[in-house]
Design a protein around this ligand. Structure first.
Ligand code: DER
Length: 235
């Protein structure tokens, strides 16, 4: 109850502050917090929502938009979005975040960049100071299947010897993303996690890497629901 309620608090607060009547092209993120974002947008009424287009960040996000009977759009047709709201796995004091717990970070980063305003919503477990201190699974890195062993070897040499391929639970073999790629989860020492933008650049340059689950200098704000019913906003 505590965690779900705090997700809802964060989502409702973010929608109330950032999804305004004049906003027509809206990006919907992935994960278990964004359903509360859609829930709150629906309360704004069909008169305003009938003129809006909703852009997904993956299959789950797409299903969420369709099941809410909102109009689905494609980022190729609407390359600039008014606002995108998305979840996060951990957010530091500078609004940098680890994303990709749901293996959706590629399409999420495309829609984060395409949005005039990008806002994160999360429960209190994600509110952090230094990345990696709460989210211990490592940085999610989307890689092309052909190159994954080479990427693991490179990660080993730059500080992540325990990096590993994310294996599926209800499917034999590795998790396959919406884009047909693999995910490697790569933990790094705190010293490197304290400079996420530098680490992001290093990781992005590794041959075979498609997208890295570090979102730096992108967010306008982050909303966290707390156990006591309050909401913390970072900006
Ligand atoms: O994959 C992602 O980046 C998602 O946004 C996700 O990790 C957030 O997860 P949650 O909202 O289910 O906590």
């Amino acid at each position: 109850e505590g965690i779900e309620k705090s997700k809802q608090l964060a989502a409702w607060s973010a929608v109330d502050n950032h999804v305004l009547p004049e906003h027509k092209i809206i990006g919907i993120g992935s994960g278990s917090t964004v359903p509360y974002v859609v829930e709150r947008i629906l309360t704004q009424g069909s008169s305003v929502n009938k003129d809006r287009i909703f852009i997904p960040t993956g299959f789950q996000s797409r299903q969420l938009i369709i099941s809410a009977q909102l109009t689905l759009g494609d980022v190729s047709q609407y390359p600039v979005l008014d606002v995108t709201i998305d979840g996060a796995d951990e957010v530091d004091h500078d609004l940098n975040s680890i994303k990709g717990g749901g293996a959706c970070q590629l399409q999420e980063k495309v829609l984060a960049e395409a949005a005039k305003t990008w806002v994160m919503v999360a429960d209190y477990r994600k509110n952090s100071e230094v990345l990696g201190t709460k989210w211990k699974q490592g940085i999610p890195i989307e890689v092309v299947p052909f190159a994954y062993v080479g990427v693991l070897r490179r990660l080993d040499s730059i500080g992540s010897p325990t990096a590993g391929l994310r294996m599926a639970k209800m499917k034999a073999g590795p998790v396959v993303t919406d884009n047909g790629n693999f995910i490697i989860d790569a933990p790094f020492p705190e010293a490197q996690m304290k400079e996420p933008a530098k680490l992001l650049t290093e990781l992005k340059l590794i041959t075979g890497v498609v997208e890295v689950g570090l979102f730096c200098n992108m967010a306008k704000a982050a909303y966290f629901g707390n156990e006591d019913g309050s909401v913390t906003v970072k900006w």
